[in-house]
Design a binder for this molecule. Structure first.
Ligand code: M6R
Length: 360
């Protein structure tokens, strides 16, 4: 049941410290600081020279996050919408690993991309929450995120777990295929271990309910981010439109000036996500929106320069830039939740949507 929570979504947002701890459990060897994945012997990914991630919706945002983590670890990777995969038909060979990312493991679009990859001779792997799901059975291998059941139609805790799982996988593929993991990713593994506590702290002190209330009357809600902040911007907007029914869009920060800036007014708050990747540029992009009257809500640590510039602030603990976006995402989940709640929406079952989409 929902226990003390009014909605499953809020309960599941609050479960993230636990679900993330479960995702990580036993997968980082504390002595060697190496990733160990059950059923994947060292060297399993030695031959992999390219990774294609396929997924839909929130899982696609996690896949995009994962593709960036793979690139940063030195592995060639692309994320594709599963429903575009058959028409895009990117070349695969037997050194291509196709990773299907799906909470349910039953999404028809994702299964169809997975089947196509199988037919074309790629190695396939599923990252899913559901043991025994179709995707888990049909891929060559499966990795489980162990998030526990997710009842709310809006995916929340499973996004964080998928992203962390993909970050671990990126390290593992890099170690097998490239023989090493880039040195600048050294603080990553210890910081992954700190994520459950970091989210706990953030949940206790979040100002998301006040922010949701203050900006509820706006016309449109924009989310911008760069690098790993970009999939989080997309996810922030998807969650917002899915449960509030208000118009929201996510953009790469640098894209604002290439068109969307024409929409920016004092009625369009801009949530700016800072992940420590070229933040000065993102701040400049946010200021361009602010000059046109848009209130800017910075999502970043307390001591970040953006705090002085922005009209409002949602705080995140200071962690490795590879993980900051996941903390920002939790704040944005809460903003969507509280906005939808104030609007009286049926949060766990938004209109026209199903938890698992089993048609193409
Ligand atoms: O079960 P899956 O992860 O394959 O589902 C994919 C999407 O349908 C899903 O993430 C959808 O976008 C969510 N309702 C978003 O909150």
């Amino acid at each position: 049941g929902k226990g003390e929570y009014e909605h499953f979504m809020l309960k599941e947002i609050h479960e993230q410290p636990t679900s993330l701890a479960q995702a990580i459990e036993g997968r980082i060897d504390p002595e060697t600081e190496r990733i160990s994945l059950d059923g994947f012997d060292p060297g399993t990914f030695e031959h992999v020279d390219a990774v294609q991630l396929v997924a839909c919706g929130t899982s696609y945002h996690a896949a995009l996050y994962g593709s960036l983590a793979l690139n940063q670890a030195g592995v060639q990777a692309t994320a594709l919408l599963a429903n575009e995969y058959s028409v895009v038909a990117p070349p695969v060979d037997d050194d291509t690993l196709v990773v299907a990312v799906s909470q349910s493991g039953e999404t028809a679009d994702t299964l169809s991309a997975l089947r196509q990859a199988n037919r074309r001779g790629a190695d396939t792997l599923t990252i899913t929450n559901v043991v025994g799901s179709t995707a888990a059975r049909e891929a060559d291998d499966a990795l489980f995120i162990r998030a526990g059941p997710e009842i709310g139609v809006a995916a929340t805790k499973t996004f964080s777990s998928q992203a962390v799982m993909l970050t671990l996988l990126a390290q593992r593929i890099a170690a097998d295929a490239c023989g090493h993991v880039p040195a600048d990713l050294e603080s990553l593994l210890p910081d992954i271990g700190k994520m459950p506590d970091a989210i706990d702290g953030l949940l206790e002190e979040s100002a998301a309910d006040a922010i949701a209330r203050d900006y509820l009357d706006s016309e449109s809600f924009f989310f911008i981010g760069r690098g790993l902040g970009y999939p989080v911007a997309l996810e922030g907007a998807l969650k917002f439109k899915e449960i509030t029914y208000e118009h929201a869009e996510g953009f790469a920060s640098g894209e604002l000036k290439h068109g969307p800036l024409a929409l920016v007014t004092r009625e369009t708050p801009v949530f700016a996500i800072f992940t420590g990747q070229e933040d000065e540029k993102t701040l400049k992009n946010a200021e361009e929106a602010q000059t046109r009257g848009a209130p800017v809500i910075a999502v970043c640590p307390d001591d970040h320069r953006a705090v002085e510039v922005a009209d409002d602030h949602l705080t995140i603990p200071d962690v490795d830039s590879e993980l900051a976006g996941l903390l920002a995402n939790v704040q944005l989940q809460l903003v969507s939740y509280y906005a939808a709640d104030l609007l009286g929406r049926p949060i766990d079952k938004p209109r026209n949507l199903a938890k698992s989409v089993t048609v193409e």
